[in-house]
Design a protein around this ligand. Structure first.
Ligand code: CP
Length: 311
């Protein structure tokens, strides 16, 4: 693997999931693969799971890890040919090349603005690093995608599924703040590559990009969509069409134990209790969110392993 900025970078998904589960059973099997190799992790935004699980994954492979909270460094300029006489002090052209001298792999977290759709969709942060860095880039959640989360979700469903083709429902939930579409986008793309029966449910106005959903069924009636579900993935996202806006905080979309039925409950975390999902679900036996978070390590580890093997 030359980079992991999007799900398409995985050449064989089923094999990758199988190998990730094998790593989970034997996490130190390749502890020498990353010897004398360094992962530099750049955070433009906050993180708990991504930061710790990716560091753990790298260390399981014997890598050194360096972490930079980018807001503690010089303000980066991403525009070409700009006159840098305002707030930015360092251009991505130099920064990416310099960091590449300290790193064998660079992992980046950079959320969208949710105000400038075209700029966010250009993935200018991730793509600038891909363009100017001389080492592989790993996406730890970008403006439009969270492929490491989606791989962890695919591993979790594979581990827990009791059926050949489980019914998986992605359900929007209310949230007081405007959140990115990245997790939902990557989950949909990942499920489209799995042998599952995927349905999306959300209030009108919360349609994800058509380029993502393609022919996946969308049902605006949550109760109807949830019928006979095996896995229910709950996530808030802000409007894509009315870009970045919170159009509804309709509490009736919160996930409850009654609505969940017999399905497993999934969420990428962090989650707001009794806003997105009621306590009874998170504290109940059908919640698999802790297992999902654990699988973040093995998603990151299989990705780093495949990247290291191509260095
Ligand atoms: N799910 C996830 O990416 O968690 P963090 O934002 O805590 O990294």
């Amino acid at each position: 693997m030359k980079k992991y900025t999007e799900i398409k970078d995985i050449s064989n998904l089923q094999e990758t999931i199988k190998d990730a589960i094998s790593l989970k059973n034997n996490p130190f099997e390749f502890e020498d693969l990353g010897k004398h190799k360094t992962l530099v992790m750049l955070f433009f935004n906050a993180s708990l799971r991504t930061r710790l699980s990716t560091e753990k994954a790298a260390k399981n492979l014997g890598m050194e890890v360096m972490i930079l909270n980018v807001n503690d460094a010089w303000n980066l300029e991403f525009e070409d040919g700009t006159i840098m006489n305002a707030n930015t002090s360092e251009h991505i052209k130099e920064a990416a090349q310099v960091i590449s001298q300290y790193a064998d792999v660079i992992a980046i977290r950079a959320f969208p603005s949710l105000t400038d759709k075209l700029k966010d969709e250009s993935e200018f942060v991730m793509n600038s690093f891909v363009k100017y860095a001389s080492v592989p880039i790993v996406n730890m959640e970008s403006a439009t995608a969270h492929p490491l989360q989606a791989l962890a979700d695919a591993i979790t469903i594979t581990e827990l599924s009791k059926k050949a083709k489980p019914k998986v429902v992605l359900s929007w939930a209310p949230h007081p703040k405007a959140l990115p579409q990245a997790v939902a986008n990557s989950f949909v793309e990942m499920m489209q590559n799995m042998d599952v029966n995927l349905t999306i449910t959300h209030p009108k106005g919360y349609e994800l990009s058509k380029a993502i959903t393609k022919n996946t069924p969308i049902n605006h009636n949550q109760e109807d969509a949830l019928k006979d579900a095996d896995f229910v993935y709950v996530k808030n996202w802000s409007s894509y069409n009315d870009y970045g806006k919170v159009l509804s905080q309709d509490e009736s979309w919160m996930m409850t134990k009654t609505k969940l039925g017999n399905a497993k409950f999934m969420h990428c975390l962090p989650v707001r209790r009794n806003v997105v999902v009621e306590d009874a679900v998170l504290d109940g036996e059908q919640s698999v969110v802790i297992q999902q978070a654990n699988n973040r390590t093995f998603a990151a580890q299989i990705v780093l392993k495949q990247v290291l093997e191509k260095l």
